[in-house]
Design a protein around this ligand. Structure first.
Ligand SMILES: [Zn+2]
Length: 271
């Protein structure tokens, strides 16, 4: 009887270990799948690429920031990157004989930390963004994406969006004109900007090596169905406005020529 009693705990321990090992294996498979969905099968970002003879691509690790001249040695940025010290941006500014004081405006595509962390390194810059992402960018609300729900509010990488943009507004910074469109889906305050023939799409889409577009990873997006509907609306607006779109710029993947890839994506993802 005594021997039988002592076997039960051992089999229980074995069962617990097997369940634990199974869970660890599942987590590893999940992490590999997540890594693959984010980093594999993408068109590569090209550091230093000048878009339509104007916007300079600055790689800040796995995310791009775009530096746009506004005249008289001043600049605007599309996003401000993942590095709170903005080393990559400051190096490119130094090559142009400028400092962080030359950045007079930053247009945020959305409030995720890898797009807003460097903003406070530019003390003279007016930060523009859509109101719906302001609390998330300030660290007061968590992102509504699956990953955001998992990790909670942003703590270290935050910024205050002081200048809230209206959908469809045109903002003049020096000699640069920026048209802003709200495209909720990746986040509720996601914005797309059209400046000098380049449509800066943020994380609303990613580009693939064959020149087509795909949705951003679902893990980091609030609602892909809403995102696709917003992009359909955007393509229709750009058509109505006869917007001259020469380049599509994405934040984590390489740029594409013309508005064609966006129209094709919209046709294939219309409900
Ligand atoms: Zn994002």
């Amino acid at each position: 009887m005594k021997q039988q009693k002592s076997r039960r705990p051992r089999s229980t321990i074995r069962r617990v270990f097997q369940v634990f090992a199974g869970l660890v294996l599942l987590m590893l498979i999940g992490l590999v799948a997540l890594f693959a969905s984010v980093f594999i099968g993408n068109r590569q970002l090209e550091d230093g690429a000048v878009l339509n003879g104007h916007g300079v691509t600055v790689n800040d690790g796995y995310v791009a920031v775009f530096l746009l001249p506004t005249g008289e040695g001043k600049f605007a940025l599309i996003d401000c990157g993942n590095d709170p010290e903005a080393h990559a941006l400051k190096a490119v500014l130094a090559q142009k004989g400028a400092t962080e004081a030359a950045v007079e405006a930053i247009f945020l595509t959305h409030g995720h930390p890898d797009h807003i962390a460097g903003c406070n390194a530019f003390p003279k810059a007016v930060v523009y963004g859509f109101a719906e992402d302001a609390k998330m960018a300030k660290g007061e609300e968590a992102s509504q994406s699956p990953m955001g729900r998992l990790v909670g509010k942003q703590k270290a990488k935050t910024v205050e969006i002081k200048n809230r943009i209206e959908d469809g507004s045109e903002i003049q910074v020096g000699d640069l004109s920026v048209r802003a469109y709200r495209v909720p889906g990746h986040t509720q305050g996601s914005g797309v900007y059209l400046a000098r023939g380049v449509l800066y799409l943020g994380d609303t889409l990613k580009s693939k090596p064959d020149g087509t577009l795909a949705d951003a990873p679902w893990m980091f997006s609030d609602n892909l169905t809403q995102n696709d509907a917003s992009l359909k609306g955007l393509a229709e607006r750009l058509d109505r406005e006869q917007a001259d779109v020469k380049i599509l710029a994405l934040s984590h993947t390489g740029a594409l020529e013309g508005i064609g890839p966006l129209k094709t994506f919209v046709e294939q993802h219309s409900l």
